[in-house]
Write a protein that binds this ligand. Structure first.
Ligand code: PBG
Length: 334
């Protein structure tokens, strides 16, 4: 006999009661997902009128700047607060010193200023990491087979200033070097870019879920080895809190957990420990997984998408970077 259940066939507490009707379910819902929770990551390529499919991310395309501006306008019209712009850089521009990252007129800077000019009401986020520009596909400078920290940090700080000067509102270091948030904050302040926010990819794991993204930005073929000596071990969670604490101390305005769905425990711990804006990234592999199942008719796309995004809210995320953003926004409405 259970110690917890009353010994009657007629329970006093019927948790099914408030679930019976739609109006009642809506009344007692603990979390809401709105368009304000969405950030749309977009891929940009050179050219005009160019739209390239990405095989491992059905429904996602690389866009030339003109079409990227259209996408940003569409996002703003849907009420999506911000986009994140990722460049797919021509192979000839990738070098071991990733110098194209510091070119004020590089693809991502031109994309940012075009969007800022045409769609000033949308927030623009840029990744600060060297992988799109690095011939070995790593997020930092490689010396003797190892990504060196301090030299990379100096370049990242300059890269963040270049992006901010192009009109980027939020710089998002995704490289996992030590000390980069402080270096970026100092560089922004010195350049009088005091209102540019830093979203640190504070707890970024060495994950296999980034595969399709590396196809999208063309760093997959280039990548030598893996990123395990700078990105976090999926076995760890206390360490994520140390990463977040450091980044806050160094001046981060918001922090991110990445990937998303397999790391919702980290989102919850970060939010509860620090109570600061906590974002999560539903990465390319998560999108690919859900999309592939939906295209096979195995999952209902709209429902699975919204349920997965609600999972982030329930875990405590304030916003989610998701390739589903425009589709979700269309359903959610403004
Ligand atoms: C690069 C970067 C990656 C992602 C965002 N920024 C890939 C990586 O670290 O190798 C992945 C995003 C995704 O998979 O959707 N610094």
């Amino acid at each position: 006999m259970s110690l917890f259940l009353p010994q009657t066939t007629c329970p006093d507490t019927r948790l099914r009661r408030p679930r019976r009707h739609d109006w009642s379910r809506r009344l007692v819902a603990e979390n809401v997902l709105t368009v304000n929770d969405l950030i749309w990551p977009l891929f940009v390529v050179e050219g005009n009128g160019v739209r390239q499919d990405i095989a491992s991310m059905p429904g996602v395309q690389r866009l030339s700047i003109d079409l990227l501006v259209d996408a940003a306008r569409q996002a703003a019209d849907l009420g999506i607060p911000a986009i994140a712009v990722f460049p797919s850089v021509e192979a000839t521009l990738k070098t071991p010193d990733a110098r194209e990252a510091l070119n004020r007129n590089n693809l991502v800077c031109r994309a940012v200023s075009a969007v800022k000019k045409a769609v000033p009401q949308i927030g623009i986020i840029c990744d600060v990491a060297l992988d799109p520009f690095n011939s070995d596909g790593h997020d930092g400078i490689v010396r003797d087979g190892y990504v060196v920290n301090d030299e990379t940090v100096e370049i990242l700080a300059r890269m963040a200033v270049v992006q901010a000067e192009a009109g980027c509102d939020i710089v998002a270091p995704s490289d996992m070097m030590d000390g980069r948030v402080k270096a970026i904050r100092d560089a922004l302040e010195a350049a009088n870019l005091v209102d540019v926010q830093i979203l640190s990819y504070a707890a970024k794991y060495a994950s296999s879920f980034y595969g399709p993204f590396r196809d999208a930005v063309g760093s997959k073929g280039a990548l030598k080895g893996d990123k395990k000596n700078y990105q976090m071990d999926p076995a760890n969670s206390d360490e994520a809190l140390r990463e977040v604490a450091l980044d806050i101390a160094e001046g981060a305005d918001m922090v991110m957990v990445k990937p998303g769905m397999p790391y919702l425990d980290i989102v919850r711990r970060v939010k509860e420990s620090f109570r600061l804006p906590t974002l999560a990234y539903q990465v390319s592999g998560e999108y690919a997984m859900m999309k592939a199942a939906a295209l096979n008719g195995w999952l209902d796309w709209d429902r699975v998408m919204l349920e997965s995004l609600m999972g982030f809210k329930r875990a405590g995320a304030d916003a989610v970077l998701t390739y589903c953003a425009p589709e979700a926004a269309k359903i959610l409405g403004k």
